[in-house]
Design a protein around this ligand. Structure first.
Ligand code: ADP
Ligand code: MG
Length: 743
């Protein structure tokens, strides 16, 4: 008998070598294997006869191989296989299909799946069909007769699951079918359901075992549409389960944090006065609301864990400074971290401009400072002389010790890896045993608490405010940052005129430069941005530098042009940035180092060369650098050469809208959640079953149900059930999602 937790190598037919291949797919245990779901199904119960096919439909055809061969066209080799049923024939074509040369043998039965079309002479064909050779046991070892019979029965005359192959095609869909079937056959029949009964009932969930069987081997009557869209009861059960346990984990983490001792900051009259004094403008309604939410958190005796989302230019910095004043006036130090040195420097300058008059001492600590200087600054910090410490992630280094750290602000969180975020919150993340307080009429009736409360006398946990300009659709924010409370700055400061965005071919660069010149004559400044994207960094950087020379020596020889890129040393970067900020430079030629946060209100033009090569979020961030003053601003997206379809959609979206949330949605759609968040970087769990875009609604419900369970035992949910669910959740998180650092 197999258990869900049995290592996958013990399933008959797998063994250590293949287990390794599966491991690379995130499949380690029998449970993982059973959650390796088909990505689609084929209706081989009712395969189509060739004679009844129509152009335009998607169809499964089971037919016999007649002839096959490779022929060359001027452009590429094409592989053609003709399959037949009696007298009817169907042509199948694969571009660059040389690899198929020895694949088909006349007389074999094949299952073909794809879009039927008519060729020029009206004959039907399928281009690039998915195919499977039936009863060809050569590639996966099942040799004895009984095996073959079973294999055949799994492949025709039913709805057949199609799995993504693994190990460069070594583990085929057929292989998965057989192995998963064997695993299912060897499961104990009484698989316990880790989801509490009340939740199961409310959600009308079918039992886990039934769900696993039906998702792999759907019954003949199952709706084919529901199967393909993962909406059968079996799918819904598995998706809900996965999301439920993720949300349970986040909820637990959140409760552990809330159970810790924080600092109850006092927002007294003096604090209010100080804040009023520093404000250079009237805050927007959104800024007021968000500040209220932050202050309410900071007043509480448990640590704040809040995410502040606000589109580029929405004015997050001043809100951060206000929170800083609250902490400083209460006698604590504040750390403000930015993802790049340039940003850290910029915050440093504006902090000095805005806060230094009030007598706060501000220091800048970045990686590139001289050792001596760093040591000095660290000493200041350790002695409590510095009130506000601004830096890059160098602040996370162990050697930086604060005398009395009360508030940590992380700017542009999306740029930080989650590891850094975790490191920052490390103390509060330590695994805490789960305790369920029984009803004793002590006010916390039935609530779950953790024993993480620090003994009195120990230092309390600082508050943490995380800021991001990546507008994350709400449901996704709940998952990615489910352990944080979320505030949204959904209003831009007044007096901004919308940015005009245009797309221009680089053949018309002369006109573009003329336009830039006119804007500068009118007293404005301009950015010209070049892509430097990792893979080709050296060459690209050379291109940016070359263009800088061209622009500064020829095209704008009479103007002051500066150059900014990531490889410059930080003094120089700082110098260039300051010159531009002070209006000493007319034009700043730059790479994406200016992408985040840089604030120069007089800059009204941004020319982005090779705009097709930037990601959508990147373009949006870049464009956010302009339109920060009262004058009308222009973003010119220059493209050269051929633009891919996806590139077209990106540029299109940029021209059409400036709404960060809409742009994020499109970006998410184009790239998928993994890429969007940079899975590894962002620490996004990679789901086995759920798809965050498709299953958003289920995610919402799962979150609600998880919160209900974590609220503690009651008439519906017993203590034992909660404990079982939490144990299951921990096991799942540890290995399936690989989030070992999550308690
Ligand atoms: P981001 O949210 O992108 O970090 P910033 O904090 O850099 O935005 O603010 C963008 C610009 O808007 C800055 O020049 C800032 O001084 C200005 N700003 C912020 N809040 C207001 C306000 N309430 N009224 C006028 N200008 C504001
Ligand atoms: Mg900012």
């Amino acid at each position: 008998m197999l258990e869900l937790s049995t290592p996958v190598q013990y399933v008959k037919g797998i063994g250590p070598r293949l287990a390794e291949i599966l491991g690379a797919k995130g499949v380690y245990t029998v449970g993982d294997l059973l959650h390796y779901l088909p990505f689609r199904y084929e209706d081989r119960l009712n395969p189509r006869g060739i004679a009844e096919l129509r152009a335009g439909e998607m169809a499964t055809v089971i037919a016999e191989v007649r002839t096959s061969g490779l022929f060359r066209t001027r452009r590429m080799p094409i592989f053609q296989m003709t399959a037949g049923q009696g007298r009817n024939r169907l042509k199948c074509l694969w571009f660059n299909g040389g690899y198929l040369r020895d694949r088909f043998k006349p007389g074999q039965m094949v299952a073909l799946y794809g879009k039927v079309e008519a060729d020029r002479s009206g004959e039907l064909q399928i281009m690039q069909p998915q195919f499977e050779i039936l009863g060809d046991s050569g590639d996966d070892g099942g040799t004895d007769a009984a095996d073959q019979k079973l294999a055949a029965s799994l492949e025709v005359g039913r709805i057949v699951p199609i799995y993504e192959s693994a190990g460069q095609g070594r583990l085929t869909a057929r292989w998965f079918r057989r192995i998963i079937r064997a695993a299912l056959d060897n499961m104990p029949s009484d698989l316990p359901d880790p989801i509490p009964a009340a939740v199961r009932a409310r959600m009308a969930l079918i039992p886990p075992q039934e769900a696993l069987w039906k998702v792999h081997w759907p019954e003949a009557g199952e709706s084919f549409t529901d199967l393909q869209s993962a909406r059968t009861p079996a799918h819904l059960r598995l998706i809900f389960e996965e999301l439920f346990f993720v949300e349970l984990g986040l909820e637990l983490k959140r409760r552990q944090m809330k159970a810790q001792t924080g600092i109850p900051f006092q927002p007294n009259e003096r604090v209010r006065e100080s804040i009023k004094k520093i404000l250079p403008f009237h805050p927007t309604a959104a800024q007021k609301r968000v500040l209220k939410e932050i202050v309410a958190d900071m007043e509480k005796p448990c640590p704040m864990r809040r995410l502040l989302q606000g589109d580029v230019g929405s004015g997050k910095t001043i809100v951060a400074f206000e929170a800083a004043i609250l902490a400083i006036e209460n006698g604590y130090q504040v750390a403000l971290m930015a993802p790049t040195e340039i940003l850290a420097q910029q915050h440093y300058f504006s902090a000095r401009r805005i806060l230094e008059n009030a007598g706060y001492r501000i220091v800048l600590l970045t990686g590139s400072l001289e050792q001596d200087r760093k040591r000095d600054i660290r000493r200041h910090i350790a002695q409590g002389n510095a009130h506000l410490v601004i830096g890059t992630h160098a602040l996370l280094e162990e050697t930086v010790e604060f005398a009395k750290l009360g508030l940590v602000i992380v700017d542009e969180q999306h740029r930080f890896g989650v590891m850094q975020r975790l490191k920052l919150m490390k103390k509060s993340m330590e695994e805490a045993p789960l305790e369920i307080e029984s009803a004793k009429g002590n006010g916390t009736t039935g609530a779950i608490s953790t024993s993480a409360k620090k003994a009195s006398g120990e230092t309390p946990e600082p508050d943490v405010l995380v800021m991001t300009a990546t507008p994350i659709p709400r449901t996704l924010a709940l998952t990615l940052y489910g352990d944080l409370d979320v505030s949204v700055l959904d209003e831009l400061p007044p007096g901004r005129t919308p940015i005009v965005t245009r797309r221009v071919s680089d053949e018309r660069s002369d006109e573009v430069w003329d336009f830039v010149r006119k804007q500068i004559a009118a007293g404005h400044q301009a950015y010209v941005v070049y892509p430097v994207i990792q893979e080709n960094e050296e060459n690209e950087l050379k291109a940016a530098i070359k263009m800088y020379k061209e622009l500064s020596n020829k095209i704008f020889a009479d103007l002051k042009v500066g150059l900014l890129h990531g490889k410059l040393d930080s003094d120089l970067k700082e110098h260039v940035m300051r010159l531009f900020q002070q209006g000493e430079l007319n034009i700043l030629v730059a790479t994406t180092v200016i992408e985040v946060g840089v604030d120069v209100p007089h800059a009204t033009v941004m020319v982005i060369e090779h705009a097709e090569r930037f990601g959508l979020s990147q373009l949006h961030q870049l464009r956010g650098r302009i339109g920060r003053g009262a004058a009308k601003s222009f973003c010119i997206l220059m493209t050269g050469g051929k633009v891919s379809e996806e590139g077209e959609r990106r540029l299109d979206t940029m021209v059409r809208t400036s709404d960060g949330f809409q742009i994020a949605e499109t970006d998410l759609e184009l790239r998928g959640p993994g890429e969007f968040f940079g899975t590894k970087q962002a620490g996004m769990p990679s789901f086995l079953v759920a798809n965050l875009i498709r299953d958003r609604q289920i995610l919402e419900v799962a979150k609600r149900e998880a919160a209900a369970v974590m609220a503690g035992p009651n008439a519906e949910i017993s203590e034992d059930e909660i404990k079982r669910a939490v144990r299951h959740m921990r096991a799942r998180w540890q290995h399936t999602y690989g989030l070992v650092e999550v308690g």
